[in-house]
Design a protein around this ligand. Structure first.
Ligand code: HEM
Length: 268
């Protein structure tokens, strides 16, 4: 028995129209989602192009190194990523403004606020960056739109000649031994905000520094630690894994050599 029902011409047209409308709405939703996620998805500036095409990876191992390069190049120490609707700064005056002067206008990211707000209170854990609540102008003259993303970049700030001088890449610990009798004088926290700065400095800062000193005394004094890289290669650049902390992809292979104690000079 043949149960097939022959649809009228009008019903077929209505079905086709409904199908086409559904496809159109899905496509429209996708475009709106894209626009919401990337506020300016068609920006053609060299920063946005390099970001979207991934061409930055030709010259830099880590995204953070490319950011640091852009921030060093910027006369104000601030860069806009238009496709992300994000302002990134390494300018200490901006950092002070965001973390102290106008703290309330730069709340933490929404995702973390939703997740951890009840537990941790307002204003902390901006690992998914800060937002600018109402349009504002940073001390370096940068205009930031309301509801846009703003972040300071501690990694880049540790690599800025404008903050540390032309030899910013040199391992020269004495740059911090400027206190009385060559004692340690901590850098201004807005220049070096690894523990954040301003109204909500990391509560574990002193404990973390003590832990580092313990490692310095127990390990560095007794062992030589040489980074050997993958398969023993030297001159190997570690690749950071994007995340809450700067862990290294595949770990950090090192060679450990125990130091020997000599009668006159202690450890060698
Ligand atoms: C090297 C180690 C550490 C680093 C680099 C670090 C860094 C930071 C940073 C950047 C923030 C601000 C987060 C934000 O709002 O975006 C923060 C907040 C905080 N950290 Fe740490 N931290 C370290 C270790 C610790 C330890 C060991 C503890 C606890 C024993 C701790 C407890 C806290 C707490 C409670 C806050 C929230 C402070 C507040 O908003 O009032 N941290 N930390």
């Amino acid at each position: 028995m043949d149960d097939a029902v022959e649809l009228s011409w009008g019903a077929r047209c209505a079905g086709l129209a409904f199908f086409s409308l559904s496809i159109f709405l899905v496509a429209l939703a996708a475009v709106l989602l894209l626009v919401r996620r990337w506020p300016n998805p068609w920006c053609g500036c060299h920063v946005c192009r390099a970001y979207l095409t991934g061409s930055w990876a030709k010259d830099f191992t880590n995204l953070a190194d490319w950011y640091a390069h852009l921030l060093r190049e910027s006369p104000t120490g601030t860069v806009h990523f238009h496709v992300l609707g994000c302002t990134v700064t390494a300018n200490p005056a901006n950092v002070e403004y965001m973390l102290k002067t106008r703290f309330d206008n730069f709340p933490k990211g929404r995702r973390f606020a939703a997740l951890l707000g009840d537990l941790l209170g307002a204003g902390i854990f901006n690992f998914d960056s800060k937002f600018c609540a109402a349009a504002d102008v940073l001390p370096d003259g940068t205009y930031v739109e309301g509801e846009s993303r703003v972040m300071y970049h501690p990694y880049a700030m540790g690599r800025m000649p404008s903050i540390w001088g032309a030899d910013y890449e040199a391992f020269r610990p004495d740059r911090w031994l400027t206190g009385p009798g060559g004692s340690f004088a901590p850098a201004n926290l807005y220049k070096y905000p690894v523990f954040q700065a301003g109204l909500r400095v990391c509560l574990g800062k002193e404990l973390a520094i003590t832990e580092m000193k313990v490692v310095g005394v127990a390990v560095v004094k007794a062992f030589d630690v040489e980074v050997v890289g993958e398969h023993g290669r030297s001159g190997w650049a570690p690749t950071f894994v994007p995340g809450l902390t700067a862990s290294i992809s595949g770990g950090l292979p090192v060679r450990i050599i125990k130091r020997t104690l000599t009668p006159n000079s202690g450890f060698t």
